[in-house]
Design a protein around this ligand. Structure first.
Ligand code: PEP
Ligand code: MG
Length: 754
C-alpha cells in the first residue's frame, strides 16, 4: 500500500495543473481500492458549494457542472464535519440526495474523506460501489493518508494551473496568494527568483539572452562533470569493487546520451536559459525512473538528479553570467536568505516574497531594516515559473498578486502614493521630541548590524544603538574574522553614534543563523547550541570578540556590551568573568578603556522568572521579544505552518513582560525592548503602560513609533494595558489596540495607504 501511495503522490506532485492532478487521483484510486467510482469534489467556501471536479465511473460530462450546496448531501456532510463517512447503503442515509446528472443512483457503498490543509477543507475524495459495501479500516486509512498528502499537491497544482491560465489569457487576475505580513508597505515591481545555487529543483525558467553562449556553457559544464566522474571512478578503484564502479560508467554514459544533452540544447534553442533548460530535462528523465515499479530502478532517479546538480554547479561558476536586476526588483524565493538579499543593489530592491518563514524570520527583520515590504510564508508559490512577471506585494496584509489586473495595479499605485505622503508627513517628526502627550520622555534606539542598514535616518533620529547584531562580519567570511577585523567593524558603529551609546551584542549564531565554516548539525537548532552557549563553550572565540569590542571603544566610552540567550545566572557570571579578564589583559597591554555598561537579553522563559537575579548582576536588561515569543508560545519563528500562532500581542507574552518589568524594577535596572515588538505600533501603548521607556527598532520604524508615542498619554496607556491583560485571546488584544489606533488617527500605520 505504501508503495502505491508513494507512486500516486509522486505523480500528482508532478502534474502540470490541477485538472491533470485530479484525473490521476481518480483513475489510480479507483484501481487501487477496486471500486466502481472514484470522484473528487472541490469545496468553494465563498460560493458555499462542492463541485464535482473529476470522476472515474460517474457520468464524465458531469465534471465541473454538478455543484452541491455545502449544507446538502453526503459530500456536504463529510465537508461540514471534516471527518470520513463510511456507509454500506448510502441511499438510506437521511442526508443522501440524488444528483441525476451523475447517474449515481445505482451506487450503494460510499466512502468519503475530506481533503484538508491548514484546518480548511479543500474538497472531498469519494469512492462508491454498486453493491452495498462497508469499506475496511485499512481502505479508510489508505484514502485518509492519501487525502492528507494530496492537499498540498492540490494547492500547488491549483496555483500552477492558475498561472498557466494567465499565460493564455490577456485578462489578468485580481486573485492573490496568501502569506504572512513580513514588513509593512506595498510594492509594485518585477519578480527576480532567488534560489540556492546547489539546488536544481528550484532553478527558475528565464529567457536566454544569448542562446549560443548558454549552449556553450552547458557543453563545457557537461564535459567537466564527465571528467570529474572519471576521476572519481579512478580514485575509488582500490576501495570499490568493479560492479559498484560500474555505476560511474552508467552515469558517464547517461551524460553522453543524446537524450540528456540534446533535449537540454533544444530547450535552450526554444528560449530558456541553460540552467532552466537543464532543470526541465533532468526532471523529465528522473520522472521516468520515479514511475518505475522496480525499487532499484526507481533509485536511479536520484542519480539523474545528482547529475543535474553537478552540471548546475559548473554552470553557476560561469562568471560571465550577469544577473539583470529589474528596476524595481521583487526578490521571490523558496527560502530567501539574508545573503541573497544583500546581493541586490539596494536602490533596485523593492520587495521580498518568501515561500517559507514568518514575520520574525531574520529576512523579515532585514526587510524592515531596509524599509522594504515583505510577505513571508506564501506556501503556494510556484517559484520556478515566476521569473520576470509583474507582481504587487502588500506587506501589511500578507498578500501577493502575480500578473495582477490593471485595476489592481492602479489601486495599489494609488495606495503607494498615499504611503509616500504618509512618509513625508512622518518626516516632519524628525526633530520633535520623543515624548508622550503628558511629557513622558521615551528613548528610541536603532537595531542594526545585519547589512548596510545604518541609514541616514537611523543615524540622525535614533538616540543610540540598542541592538547591534554582530553576526554579519562572521557570516560574510569563510573563516572567523580576526580581532582587528572585528574591532574595525565595531569601532565604525561606535564612532558613527558617538557620544550616543551603542549596544554591541555578542555573537548569536546557531538557530537560523549558521556559519558555513562552523557547521552545527542538530535536530532541534533553536533549542540547541546557540548564542551565549556557543560563546561560553568556545572561550577563544568569545574572548577575541570581547577584546575587539573593548579595543573598539578606546577613547570613545560609549560602548555597552550585551549577552544573548541567557537562561540562568551562571551564564551571566561566566560571561562577566571573561569580559573582566579581557578588560584586564588590555589594561595590562597599556590600553586605557572605560569599563562598559553590561546588559543581558531576556529571551528565554527561564530568564523571565529570574529577571531580578539576573538584572542585579548587570547594568541593564533588554527583552528579545522575537525569541521570547517563540519560546513562550513554543512556535518556531521561521515555520510558516505555525505562523498564525506566532504573535507578540499574546496575553501570555504581555504577562511575561510585566513580570520582567517588576523584576528589573526591584533592583532599579532599566528595561529596553529590542525585539520586533518595539516597532509594532499596536504594542507601543501597552509597553508604555508597563513602564517601558526604551525601545530599539529598525530605522524604518523610528518615526512611526515616535508618532504613536506622541499621540498617547501614559495614563491612557496604563488603562489599555489593564484592558489587554484582561483579554484571554490574542485576537481580543489585537482588536482592542487596532480600534485605539484608528481612534487616534494612526490607522495608516496598520494598512496600505494613509
Ligand atoms: C530577539 O530575539 O528578539 C532579538 C532581538 O534577537 P534576534 O532577533 O537577533 O534573535
Ligand atoms: Mg534573539
Amino acid at each position: 500500500m505504501l508503495e502505491l501511495l508513494h507512486k500516486i503522490v509522486q505523480q500528482v506532485n508532478s502534474a502540470p495543473d490541477l485538472k491533470s492532478a485530479l484525473r490521476i487521483i481518480v483513475n489510480q484510486v479507483k484501481l487501487a481500492v477496486q471500486v466502481d467510482v472514484c470522484s473528487v469534489y472541490l469545496t468553494d467556501h465563498e460560493r458555499a458549494v462542492n463541485t464535482l471536479e473529476a470522476t472515474d465511473g460517474l457520468n464524465d460530462n458531469a465534471a465541473g457542472k454538478v455543484a452541491i450546496p455545502l449544507e446538502k448531501g453526503l459530500v456536504g456532510l463529510v465537508c461540514r464535519q471534516a471527518e470520513p463517512l463510511n456507509l454500506d447503503d448510502a441511499p438510506t442515509h437521511p442526508d443522501y440526495i440524488f444528483a441525476r446528472e451523475t447517474g449515481e443512483q445505482a451506487f450503494h457503498g460510499f466512502l468519503g474523506v475530506p481533503i484538508i490543509q491548514n484546518r480548511t477543507v479543500l474538497g472531498v475524495l469519494v469512492v462508491r460501489q454498486s453493491e452495498p459495501r462497508r469499506f475496511k479500516d485499512a481502505e479508510v486509512s489508505f484514502l485518509f493518508t492519501l487525502a492528507a498528502q494530496l492537499a498540498g499537491a492540490i494547492v500547488t497544482a491549483n496555483a500552477n494551473g492558475e498561472l498557466e491560465a494567465l499565460r493564455n489569457q490577456s485578462s489578468a487576475t485580481t486573485h492573490y496568494l496568501r502569506g504572512r505580513p513580513g514588513a509593512g508597505g506595498v510594492a509594485l515591481g518585477n519578480i527576480l527568483v532567488a534560489y540556492p545555487e546547489a539546488d536544481l529543483s528550484v532553478v527558475p525558467d528565464r529567457p536566454a539572452e544569448h542562446p549560443d553562449f548558454e549552449e556553450d556553457s552547458l557543453l563545457v559544464a557537461v564535459e567537466a562533470v564527465k571528467e570529474d566522474l572519471g576521476n572519481l571512478k579512478d580514485r575509488l578503484a582500490d576501495s570499490l569493487p568493479a560492479e559498484d564502479r560500474a555505476l560511474f560508467d552508467a552515469l558517464i554514459l547517461m551524460l553522453g546520451s543524446d537524450a540528456l544533452v540534446n533535449h537540454t540544447i533544444q530547450r535552450i534553442r526554444d528560449g530558456n536559459w541553460a540552467a532552466g533548460a537543464l532543470r526541465q530535462t533532468i526532471e523529465e528523465h528522473a520522472k521516468i525512473f520515479d514511475e518505475m515499479d522496480d525499487v532499484v530502478l526507481r533509485e536511479r532517479a536520484s542519480d539523474v538528479r545528482d547529475l543535474g546538480r553537478r552540471i548546475l554547479t559548473y554552470l553557476n561558476q560561469d562568471i560571465a553570467r550577469v544577473v539583470q536586476y529589474p528596476e524595481r526588483t521583487i526578490l521571490v524565493g523558496e527560502d530567501v536568505s539574508a545573503m541573497q538579499l544583500a546581493e541586490i543593489p539596494p536602490q533596485r530592491l523593492a520587495g521580498i516574497v518568501s515561500a517559507t518563514g514568518s514575520s520574525s524570520s531574520h529576512v523579515a527583520i532585514l526587510a524592515r531594516a531596509l524599509g522594504v515590504p515583505a510577505v513571508m510564508g506564501v506556501n503556494t508559490l510556484p517559484v520556478g515559473r515566476l521569473d520576470g512577471r509583474d507582481i504587487i506585494i502588500d506587506g501589511y496584509r500578507g498578500r501577493v498578486y502575480i500578473s495582477p489586473a490593471r485595476s489592481v495595479w492602479k489601486e495599489y499605485s494609488r495606495l503607494q502614493r498615499q504611503e509616500q505622503q504618509l512618509s513625508s508627513e512622518l518626516d516632519t517628526l524628525r526633530d520633535t521630541p520623543s515624548e508622550t502627550l503628558d511629557k513622558v520622555a521615551v528613548t528610541l534606539n536603532l537595531n542594526t548590524g545585519l547589512v548596510a542598514e545604518m541609514t541616514t535616518l537611523g543615524k540622525e533620529v535614533a538616540d543610540g544603538v540598542g541592538l547591534y547584531r554582530t553576526e554579519l562580519p562572521f557570516m560574510v567570511r569563510d573563516r572567523f574574522p580576526s580581532e582587528t577585523e572585528q574591532m574595525e567593524n565595531y569601532r565604525g558603529a561606535l564612532q558613527t553614534f558617538h557620544p550616543r551609546p551603542v549596544t554591541l551584542r555578542t555573537l548569536d549564531i546557531g538557530g537560523d543563523k549558521p556559519l558555513s565554516y562552523f557547521p552545527v548539525t542538530e535536530s532541534n537548532p533553536f533549542l540547541g547550541w546557540r548564542g551565549i552557549r556557543i560563546s561560553l563553550d568556545h572561550p577563544e572565540i568569545f574572548s577575541t570578540q570581547l577584546r575587539a569590542m573593548l579595543r573598539a571603544s578606546e577613547g570613545l566610552a560609549n560602548l555597552r556590551v550585551m549577552f544573548p540567550m541567557i537562561s540562568g545566572v551562571a551564564e551571566v557570571e561566566e560571561s562577566l568573568k571573561l569580559l573582566e579578564r579581557a578588560y584586564q589583559t588590555l589594561e595590562g597591554e597599556g590600553l586605557s578603556i572605560t569599563w562598559p555598561e553590561v546588559g543581558v537579553m531576556i529571551e528565554v522563559p527561564s530568564a523571565v522568572y529570574q529577571t531580578w537575579e539576573i538584572a542585579r548582576r548587570v547594568d541593564f536588561i533588554s527583552v528579545g521579544t522575537n525569541d521570547l515569543t517563540q519560546y513562550l508560545l513554543a512556535v518556531d519563528r521561521n515555520n510558516a505552518k505555525v505562523g498564525d500562532l506566532y504573535n507578540d500581542l499574546h496575553p501570555a507574552l504581555l504577562k511575561a513582560l510585566v513580570q520582567v518589568m517588576e523584576g528589573a524594577d526591584r533592583c532599579g535596572r532599566e528595561v529596553s525592548i529590542c525585539g520586533e515588538m518595539a516597532g509594532n505600533p499596536l504594542a507601543i501603548p501597552l509597553l508604555l503602560g508597563m513602564g517601558v521607556r526604551n525601545f530599539s527598532m529598525s530605522s524604518t520604524s523610528l518615526l512611526r513609533v515616535k508618532w504613536v508615542v506622541r499621540s498617547v498619554t501614559s495614563t491612557r496607556c496604563k488603562h489599555l494595558l489593564q484592558a489587554a491583560l484582561r483579554c484571554e485571546e490574542v485576537e481580543s488584544v489585537q482588536r482592542l489596540m487596532g480600534e485605539e489606533l484608528e481612534k487616534l488617527g494612526l490607522g495608516g500605520l496598520l494598512r496600505p495607504g494613509k
